[in-house]
Ligand binder design. Structure first.
Ligand code: AP5
Ligand code: MG
Length: 214
């Protein structure tokens, strides 16, 4: 099953992609997580990506597309994967479609987690991310067992650099301009499924399971 997650920053793409990955046993591939891991390791890619991410801008397609295309060709992607945060522009979507059709493959679902802008800024202020493994929490809606500590690996939880309110507003603008057109793109391909992302985490996942099958 090959799935992409669509939705505004903070809509819950990462939260749901992780649940999908666990239930359906397919890799969760998040471009945001890949960039953050590169920033942490101080790689050249990380240095370049950081300048864009800190401003709430998209990392250029040239730095993003090949990274993902190489990744989906790995052996662990044979039975499918869930892409989270990619594609984010029409050229990225076209490049992915082209690469997949070259392999005789196609996407099965584009899951659009729909959350209005008003809810987003509130959610982001409460998000906490693990500096080590990338696991995501929310101080109210998905609290860790011990405040400030990751349940998975025991490392410290932090507010992401790009979750400051002014950067979130910028990211929302970029989403509307560059990413939202993908909703029509995948509707035309006939694989778009929209889910009400304002429900609680479990209700959103129940809707997703109804779409993907138990
Ligand atoms: P990325 O890391 O992908 O960020 P994003 O799309 O802005 O999305 P987020 O990760 O912020 O939100 P999410 O939808 O995953 O929500 P989450 O599940 O965490 O990208 C970061 C940056 O990298 C970009 O700005 C760009 O610069 C660059 N980049 C990445 N991919 C790129 C690409 N393809 N091209 C170019 N540049 C790229 O949930 C948010 C919070 O809400 C959490 O605290 C969670 O616990 C909580 N929550 C989730 N669901 C619910 C619910 N139903 N009810 C209540 N709370 C909830
Ligand atoms: Mg995410």
């Amino acid at each position: 099953m090959k799935i992409i997650m669509l939705g505004a920053p903070g809509a819950g793409k990462g939260t749901q992609a992780k649940k999908i990955s666990e239930k359906y046993q397919i890799p969760h591939i998040s471009t945001g997580d890949i960039f953050r891991a590169n920033i942490k390791e101080g790689t050249e890619l990380g240095k370049q990506a950081k300048t864009y991410m800190d401003q709430g801008l998209l990392v250029p397609d040239e730095l993003t597309v090949n990274l993902v295309i190489d990744r989906v060709e790995h052996d662990d992607c044979k039975n499918g994967y869930v892409l989270d945060g990619f594609p984010r522009t029409i050229p990225q979507a076209e490049a992915l479609d082209k690469a997949l059709s070259g392999l005789g493959e196609h996407l099965d679902y584009a899951l659009n987690v729909d959350v209005p802008d008003e809810n987003i800024v509130k959610r982001m202020a409460g998000r906490r991310a693990c500096i080590s493994c990338g696991a995501t929490y929310h101080v109210v809606y998905a609290a860790p067992k011990t405040e400030g500590i990751c349940d998975v690996c025991g490392s410290e939880l932090v507010l992401r650099d790009d979750d400051k309110p002014e950067t979130v507003t910028k990211r929302l603008g970029v989403y509307h301009e560059q990413t939202k057109p993908l909703i029509d793109y995948y509707a035309e391909e006939g694989i778009l499924k929209t889910i009400d992302g304002t429900q609680n985490l479990e209700a959103v996942f129940d809707d997703i399971k109804r779409i993907l099958g138990e």
